[in-house]
Design a binder for this molecule. Structure first.
Ligand SMILES: [Zn+2]
Ligand SMILES: [Zn+2]
Length: 366
């Protein structure tokens, strides 16, 4: 088995960190718990560190720095740079550079975590083996002008070590001496990094594998409520790939997107502004086009019972009528009323429901 590993291509620094932290989380952390038990302090510290670093990645690294979906006060930028570093996912400059390439070349060779190369590659393999030359940083000119970003980039390893390990250990020491400091290092530091990293890695792997594609089937990104829970709201990845400049990923009111709620709250506190939203019509039209495409594919695929074909054809006719109305209104430069938009959306959803009822919806992992 080991003879098949391309050792000459292994990124030893990253691999030893990823494997070393996983090993400690599975051995030293349980041994500590066996001897000293789990107290409320360690649980609280774990979750405080998990959410501080996790939201720094989703709010800061992803939606603020990589996509510029809103503007933030320097306090928010500094906080997300400090705690984002403690997620050990490298500097925001490198992260954003790779992430922008992912969006630009999704599912193709130049996508750093391309799902077409397999689930393992997209999840962690791309980090263990550095097959490509280092990124030229040619798509992050805007970030290079930000002195805070460049300061974090220059000192990333020190910042990461201090915030991820030294900080929780000091808090642990102040709470309960050396034993507590050791627990904080292992649970709030090491175990938290492992859990958080795999949650983040899921965005690149399972979010391109599990769920549905209501907005566009042009790329592999999918919407999944389960992944949204694991990734602090990033699981509505099909929407995100279609509308990457929207600060929301879970755009529907019932969708679980705590990152969106946090950014909205920051804006109400005066710490964020210029939140970018894609107009509702544009979103509904994308859903409409995708529903249309799916109905057409299912009808053209044949093999349907007479009743199924008739149901699909009826759904398609209704969608076509709505689309025609839309085009006419647009030509006449009429603003669509709220009621019309709701009608358009309901009709689109009804068409998709028809597909699901007939068992023709996208199956998970398809
Ligand atoms: Zn993105
Ligand atoms: Zn993606």
């Amino acid at each position: 088995m080991f003879s098949r590993i391309p050792f000459e291509k292994v990124n030893w620094l990253i691999s030893s960190f990823l494997i070393g932290t996983l090993f400690l989380a599975l051995t030293a952390a349980p041994v500590y718990l066996w001897f000293f038990g789990l107290d409320t302090f360690q649980v609280v510290l774990f979750f405080v560190m998990f959410f501080a670093t996790g939201f720094s990645i989703t709010i800061g690294y992803h939606r603020l720095f990589s996509h510029r979906t809103f503007e933030a006060h320097w306090i928010v930028r500094l906080f997300t740079l400090l705690f984002g570093a403690a997620a050990f996912e490298n500097s925001v400059l490198l992260w954003a550079c790779e992430h922008r390439s992912h969006h630009k070349h999704v599912d193709h060779d130049d996508d750093p975590y391309c799902i077409s190369k397999g689930l393992f590659h997209a999840h962690i393999g791309w980090l263990l083996f550095k097959l490509d030359p280092p990124p030229p940083f040619d798509n992050v000119a805007d970030l290079k002008k930000d002195p805070l970003v460049m300061w974090q980039h220059r000192h990333i390893h020190w910042i990461a070590a201090v915030v991820a390990f030294v900080l929780p250990s000091i808090v642990g020491f102040l709470w309960g001496g050396w034993v507590s400091a050791l627990g904080a290092f292992l649970i709030g530091g090491v175990a938290r990094i492992v859990v958080l990293q795999h949650c983040t890695f899921c965005i690149n792997s399972l979010c391109h594998y599990l769920g549905d594609r209501p907005y566009s089937s042009k790329c592999s990104a999918r919407d999944s409520w389960l992944m949204a829970i694991v990734t602090l709201g990033e699981g509505y990845h099909n929407f995100h790939h279609e509308f990457q400049y929207d600060y929301r990923n879970g755009v529907k009111p019932w969708q679980f997107d705590p990152t969106k709620w946090a950014i909205w709250t920051l804006s109400k506190l005066g710490l964020a502004g210029k939140l970018r939203r894609v107009p509702e019509q544009k979103i509904i039209l994308a859903e409409l086009a995708e529903a249309h495409r799916r109905l057409d594919t299912s009808l053209a695929g044949g093999g349907l019972t007479e009743t199924a074909a008739a149901t699909l054809a009826a759904a398609r006719t209704r969608l076509e009528a709505i689309e025609k109305q839309w085009i006419e209104k647009k030509r006449e430069q009429f603003e669509w009323t709220r009621e019309k938009l709701i009608m358009l959306r309901n009709e689109t959803r009804a068409a998709i429901r028809t597909l699901h009822q007939l068992g023709l919806g996208e199956s998970e992992g398809a």
